[in-house]
Design a binder for this molecule. Structure first.
Ligand code: B4P
Length: 192
């Protein structure tokens, strides 16, 4: 089993690249953002709670997302590997993920961190906001709040995995195919 974390600020291309990576490497895609949005669409109690945080650009509480990932891992015991997209986003989530994977006798193989300038992030998210219908992409203040949350709480996750020499930076600006090729080159090196 080979497990990957695709890491980076909001708008760095995690969702975009994940779709291509899971096809190429036959991985199970676990995006906490996508799971939360489907809970919101289904108007579940979890979704209604999460919406309050997401609409303001804040992170959803750790216990909520850790529970979601734990049940998603349970549901797919036969997966060849997992691609975590947008998770973990805090130290607490990273520690919980390590424990959950240990129970499955596996671990994170590599953390690929996409590097994109802040102005490019804001522009991409505002562009997506014109068509996505996502409340959190429509307002520049909410976008900036997401970036602040990222610096305050999420960059620590890369430091956590750096202790285990698992983090590799990948330039996240350029064409989607160029970035995909850089990500694949790093994964192929680690798989061998
Ligand atoms: P996510 O769904 O994870 O959304 P995101 O980080 O904003 O987007 P992503 O990074 O996947 O988008 P992409 O760059 O692919 O999170 C949304 C919210 O959910 C969070 O703010 C939080 O509230 C909550 N949440 C999720 N996970 C959580 C967790 N673990 N803990 C707590 N809360 C959590 O795409 C952005 C745009 O860029 C797209 O339009 C795309 O087309 C474009 N793009 C991509 N690559 C490009 C390129 N190379 N060039 C130009 N444009 C590009």
């Amino acid at each position: 089993m080979f497990n990957i974390i695709l890491f980076g600020p909001p708008g760095s291309g995690k969702g975009t690249q994940s779709e291509k990576l899971v096809l190429k490497y036959d991985l199970k895609h676990l995006s906490t953002g996508d799971i939360l949005r489907s809970e919101i669409a289904g108007q579940t109690p979890l979704g209604l709670e999460a919406k309050n945080f997401m609409d303001k650009g804040q992170l959803v509480p750790d216990e909520v997302v850790i529970g979601m990932i734990s049940s998603a891992l349970e549901k797919t015991p036969q997966a060849k590997g997992f691609l975590f997209d947008g998770f973990p986003r805090t130290d607490t989530q990273a520690e919980a993920l390590d424990k959950l994977l240990k129970l499955k006798q596996t671990e994170i193989g590599v953390v690929l961190a996409l590097l994109v300038s802040e102005e490019e992030l804001v522009q991409r998210l505002l562009n997506r906001g014109q068509t996505s219908g996502r409340v959190d992409d429509n307002n520049v203040d909410v976008i900036r709040a997401r970036i602040v949350e990222y610096h305050k709480k999420t960059t620590a996750v890369a430091d956590y995995y750096r202790k285990f020499n698992k983090v590799f930076n990948v330039p996240g600006e350029g064409s989607v195919d160029e970035i995909f090729a850089s990500l694949c080159a790093k994964i192929d090196e680690k798989i061998q």
